[in-house]
Design a protein around this ligand. Structure first.
Ligand code: SAH
Length: 256
């Protein structure tokens, strides 16, 4: 099977994929391929749907207005979703868009928004975030599109944790814990399913921080001597986790 091809345009399509299939394109997709990318009849593209792997395809002009994709060979098998959760307090729009796109690029498997005491955003726009996730996946060759969960209160999520996800360790990015070395802390952990938790721009409350620090499933991690903005903290924390315990480590065998 061919290796990851990062030169050819990649498009998410919400259709079952198989060799020889012809996929109709909607107006938005047609406009993007034909008018924005200026693709021509027969031009190559790669398609994926988050379930059936990645396929070579080519653009076909059926007439002046109808366009379709002819699917050819499978190029990459569908990998399992990465077993890495990302818990985050939603931010205001542009930073939230950035954060979910970066978490997707960094190989998160589940995006879990949480309501915290100092969070300024209590609701999320699923459609908008899902569009950002798909766009990041298209650009970065991620085939297992991260699931976006409904927002839950952090408190509730923590209370249910031992019952719903007992083996999953929470890597708590605690801005109140500025000494220590995250690499030593993370490399000292046993391999297990993980969740990374980053707070809102207003930080965690004293109560939340105390509760988290007391939970046996939580490992507190500092991210250096400066307080980072939440979207920066997301990238920094996910980098550390992927490089020490995740799919940046040799032999992790994972491909998104
Ligand atoms: N307003 C808060 C900072 C919040 S930063 C204050 O001034 O204290 C947003 C989130 O990013 C934090 O809740 C934490 O999860 C993470 N974060 C930022 N800098 C960090 C650091 N140096 N160490 C650990 N986590 C950090």
């Amino acid at each position: 099977m061919a290796r990851y091809d990062f030169r050819t345009q990649r498009l998410f399509v919400d259709h079952p994929l198989a060799g020889g299939v012809s996929l109709p394109l909607d107006r938005k997709q047609t406009n993007y391929l034909v008018n924005v990318l200026r693709m021509k009849d027969g031009d190559p593209i790669q398609v994926f749907n988050g379930r059936d792997g990645e396929w070579r395809a080519s653009l076909r002009f059926d007439g002046r207005r109808t366009h379709a994709l002819s699917v050819g060979e499978k190029q990459r098998e569908q990998p399992p979703a990465p077993d890495l959760d990302y818990l985050f307090a939603p931010l205001k729009q542009a930073r939230l868009d950035y954060m979910v796109a970066k978490a997707t690029e960094m190989g998160v498997g589940r995006l879990r928004p949480v309501r915290t005491q100092h969070g300024q955003v209590g609701r999320i726009n699923h459609r908008r975030l899902e569009a950002n996730i798909v766009e990041a996946a298209e650009q970065c060759g991620v085939l297992a599109i991260p699931a976006l969960e409904d927002i839950t209160a952090l408190d509730k999520s923590l209370s249910e944790w031992p019952a719903t996800d007992p083996g999953r360790r929470i890597i708590f990015c605690d801005e109140g814990h500025l000494d220590g070395d995250p690499l030593t802390i993370l490399t000292g952990l046993r391999r297990s399913p993980l969740a990374v938790l980053v707070g809102p721009e207003g930080g965690f409350s004293v109560e939340e921080r105390d509760r988290l620090r007391d939970l046996p499933l939580v490992t507190t991690v500092p991210l250096g001597p400066r307080i980072l903005r939440a979207d920066t903290a997301a990238v920094a924390a996910l980098t550390l986790v992927q490089a020490t315990l995740g799919d940046w480590t040799p032999g992790s065998g994972s491909a998104s």
